[in-house]
Design a protein around this ligand. Structure first.
Ligand SMILES: [Zn+2]
Length: 214
């Protein structure tokens, strides 16, 4: 398969996403294609600008939060935004072949997977299966900062942010294709936190690729 050359720089795409989020917050979403136009676009090859890695939570819908057109976001979703081998392969595919020039890891507050992990840390929750335990174990190193006396809302938010930051570092460390594309300036990695009460996406500081909390 031919390697895709993105049409926009990572910083241009990040600006587009954040502008879309501001439109969403203000209730000024763009007029998107009607059904016929949407179907026509879907018959054409994908026109991906960014890869969004996020939680499966029903309230975290990237196309809505970033006011993005169908076909423009390559979305990788698991509970908690946990990146597995298959997720990483999906991220690499989108950057190598689908035209993505930005990998945006989107955590969110009030996350059930993060709450379950904190409860597990406090010995109040035992995962029902190995599959669910995989999710909890992935988030667990980031839940250490949430002590038993800490406000649960704040603890969930702090853990979600730490998990996004750690995942950003981990995917860079784990993916040679991603590092190669980043080295050429073709792909960037960014992270944010969605506030479910407002729909606002808070941008997190850039990562230097150093893994944290490992
Ligand atoms: Zn969640």
């Amino acid at each position: 398969m031919p390697i895709n050359t993105p049409k926009f720089s990572p910083s241009e795409i990040l600006t587009q996403l954040m502008e879309g989020n501001r439109r969403f917050i203000r209730g000024e979403r763009n007029e998107h294609a009607n059904r016929e136009e949407a179907l026509e676009k879907m018959r054409a090859p994908q026109n991906v600008i960014a890869t969004v890695v996020c939680c499966s939570d029903s309230r975290v819908a990237p196309e809505h939060l970033f006011d993005a057109e169908l076909g423009s976001l390559f979305v990788v979703r698991t509970a908690g935004g946990v990146v597995t081998a298959a997720s990483l392969g999906s991220i690499e595919y989108s950057c190598l072949y689908a035209g993505s020039s930005l990998v945006f890891l989107l955590g969110h507050d009030d996350c059930g997977a993060v709450q379950a992990t904190i409860q597990h840390l406090l010995d109040r929750y035992t995962p029902e299966s190995d599959a669910i335990a995989t999710i909890v174990q992935n988030i667990l190193p980031c839940a250490a900062a949430a002590g038993p006396d800490q406000d649960i809302v704040q603890a969930v938010r702090a853990t979600a942010v730490a998990h996004v930051e750690r995942t950003m570092s981990r995917i860079i460390a784990a993916s040679q294709p991603l590092r190669r594309l980043m080295g050429k300036g073709l792909v960037g990695v960014a992270g944010g936190l969605a506030v479910h009460t407002s729909g606002e996406v808070l941008l997190l500081p850039e990562t230097d690729g150093t893994e944290k909390n490992s």
